[in-house]
Design a protein around this ligand. Structure first.
Ligand SMILES: *Cc1c(COP(=O)(O)O)cnc(C)c1O
Length: 441
C-alpha cells in the first residue's frame, strides 16, 4: 500500500510547486490529500505515478480560472480572447497602483478629496483635442450614460442605416428603449440624407445620434448624411449631436496598410458634440468606455447618479492613462501591441514561421489573412503568414492545442490547422512550438 508521503515533500515537487502560488496552499493540500487518499484505497501505485495524477488534477483546477492563452487565430482584436493586449508601461502602472494605495480620489496639494476623473480627462483631451472627457466601464456604458442623461422621456433620431446590433446582445434600439428614450428612425435601410433628419426634428428631440455600423457593411446604392452637416443641423436646432464610434481610432490606420478608420479627432473636428468609444479596441488599452467632447455636454454626465454604477476602478485608470501616454509621446507603433502586430513585416513573420516549420513534422508555411477584428473594421484584411499543420482530424488537434499549457487557440481552414503568426507574440514562439509538439504526438 502506498504510504501518505510527507506533505512538505509533495509541495516541494517541481510538478506541484507552481500551483502553490496559482491556487493557494490550502487548495493544493486538499487536492493532495484527496488524490493520495484515493491511491491508498486502490492499492499499489508508485509515488511518481500518483504525483502525476495530482499535477494533472491541479492543472484542471487551474484551467477553470481566467488564463493567458495564445491567439493563433490572426484576429488582432478578438473579443472572446480579451481584445487588445496591453502595453508594458500600462502593465507597470497598473501593477504599481494595484499593489498599494494611490491618489485615486485624493488631491495631494490640498490634502482633500479629489476627483477620480480629472487626470484621465486631461490626457484624453490632450490626445484627442476634446474640451473635456469622462471614462466609464465600457463603450456600452458610455452610450447608456449619455442617453440616460440627455434623452430620458424624449426622442433620439437615428438613421435606419445605423440601427445595428453590435454583438453580445447589444442592439441599439433596445439600448435606447432601456434608457427611456424614444427612437425616431429616419431614412431607409440603405440611404439617409440631412433633410430626413431635419424633417424629424421636434420639440421632443433630445439628441441626433450617429453610430458606427461596426461589424457589417451596406454596399451599392447607399448614402449617409455628412457628419459635418449633422453637426451643423444640431447646432441650428439646439440639439446635441452624439457619435458612437465604437473602436475609437486615434491614429490614421492607413499608415499601417489597412483602410482608414474615422478617428476620434476627425469626429470632433466635424463638430460632433460628444463621441463614445472603447478603451480596449483600436485604442489598445484596458476595457473602458470613453466619452469625449464639449465641456458643456460632459458636465451634466458628471452629475448623473448613474455614473456611480458605471465607474471605473484604479487599475483601469492607471492602464488607460499609461496607454494614452504612448499617443502623446508618439510611440504607438513601437510600444502598443496592437500596432506592433499590425506593423510586423511579412518577411519577419516568414522568418519566424520557418523556425516552426523546422521544428514541427508536417508543418508548412502558408500565406494567410489576419483580421483587425473588434467591431469596426472587423472584416478589414491584413496580409499575414501562418504555419499550417495538415491533420486527418483537425478538430481533435485543435482541442489538444487548447488543452496545452498555455492553451493555444488555432484557426481551422480547409481541413488544416493554421497558426497565424501575426497575433502570436514572438516571445511565445518557443512555448507554442513545444505545445504543438506535445499535441502532435
Ligand atoms: C464595440 C462597440 C460598442 C461596444 O463597446 P464595449 O466597449 O464593448 O461596450 C459600441 N458601439 C460600437 C459602434 C462598437 O463598435
Amino acid at each position: 500500500m502506498t504510504p501518505i508521503p510527507a506533505m512538505h515533500r509533495v509541495l516541494a515537487d517541481a510538478r506541484v510547486a507552481p500551483y502553490d502560488l496559482l491556487l493557494g496552499r490550502n487548495v493544493v493540500k486538499r487536492a493532495a490529500e484527496e488524490v493520495f487518499g484515493r491511491a491508498r484505497i486502490s492499492g499499489d501505485r508508485s509515488y511518481d505515478d500518483i504525483l502525476d495524477e495530482l499535477a494533472q488534477h491541479l492543472c484542471e483546477l487551474r484551467r477553470r480560472s481566467l488564463l493567458t492563452v495564445i491567439n493563433g487565430t490572426g484576429i488582432i482584436l478578438h473579443t472572446n480572447l480579451g481584445r487588445a493586449p496591453m502595453a508594458r508601461n500600462a502593465l507597470l502602472e497598473l501593477v504599481g497602483v494595484a499593489h498599494g494605495y494611490s491618489n485615486l480620489e485624493y488631491d495631494l496639494e490640498t490634502g482633500e478629496r479629489g476627483s477620480r476623473y480629472v487626470r484621465s480627462s486631461t490626457v484624453i483631451s490632450e490626445v484627442t483635442g476634446a474640451q473635456d472627457a469622462l471614462v466609464v466601464n465600457n463603450c456600452a456604458a458610455a452610450l447608456l450614460l449619455v442617453l440616460d442623461t440627455f434623452a430620458k422621456g424624449r426622442e433620439v433620431i437615428v438613421a435606419r442605416t445605423q440601427l445595428v446590433e453590435i454583438g453580445g446582445g447589444f442592439r441599439l434600439p433596445d439600448v435606447l428603449e432601456r434608457s427611456g428614450a424614444t427612437l425616431v428612425e429616419v431614412g431607409t435601410t440603405n440611404r439617409v440624407n440631412i433633410e430626413d433628419y431635419e424633417r424629424a426634428l421636434s420639440p421632443r428631440t433630445a439628441l441626433l445620434l450617429r453610430t458606427h455600423p461596426s461589424n457589417y457593411r451596406i454596399e451599392g446604392f447607399t448614402h449617409d448624411a455628412a457628419p459635418r452637416d449633422l453637426a451643423e443641423l444640431g447646432c441650428r436646432a439646439g440639439v446635441p449631436v452624439v457619435e458612437d464610434l465604437g473602436s475609437g481610432a486615434l491614429v490614421d490606420l492607413a499608415e499601417y496598410g489597412v483602410a482608414h478608420e474615422r478617428t476620434v479627432q476627425e469626429a470632433l473636428g466635424d463638430g460632433i458634440g460628444l463621441v463614445t468609444f472603447s478603451g480596449d479596441k483600436l485604442l489598445g488599452g484596458p476595457q473602458a468606455g470613453i466619452i469625449a467632447g464639449s465641456a458643456r455636454l460632459v458636465a451634466p454626465l458628471l452629475n448623473n447618479p448613474l455614473l456611480r454604477a458605471l465607474r471605473v476602478g484604479k487599475t483601469t485608470l492607471a492602464a488607460l492613462g499609461a496607454t494614452l501616454e504612448l499617443y502623446r509621446s508618439g510611440s504607438v507603433a513601437e510600444r502598443l501591441p496592437v500596432y506592433r502586430m499590425l506593423a510586423a513585416s511579412i518577411d519577419d513573420l516568414r522568418v519566424r514561421a520557418s523556425v516552426y516549420a523546422e521544428s514541427l513534422p508536417g508543418a508548412a508555411i502558408v500565406e494567410s489573412v489576419a483580421y483587425l477584428g473588434g467591431g469596426a473594421l472587423a472584416q478589414e484584411r491584413v496580409a499575414s503568414v501562418a504555419v499550417a499543420i495538415a491533420e486527418e482530424h483537425p478538430n481533435r488537434l485543435a482541442a489538444r492545442l487548447r488543452a496545452a499549457t498555455p492553451p493555444i487557440v488555432a484557426r481551422i481552414e480547409q481541413g488544416r490547422i493554421l497558426l497565424d503568426l501575426r497575433t502570436i507574440f514572438p516571445e511565445y514562439d518557443a512555448a507554442v512550438i513545444s505545445g504543438c509538439r506535445s499535441s502532435l504526438t
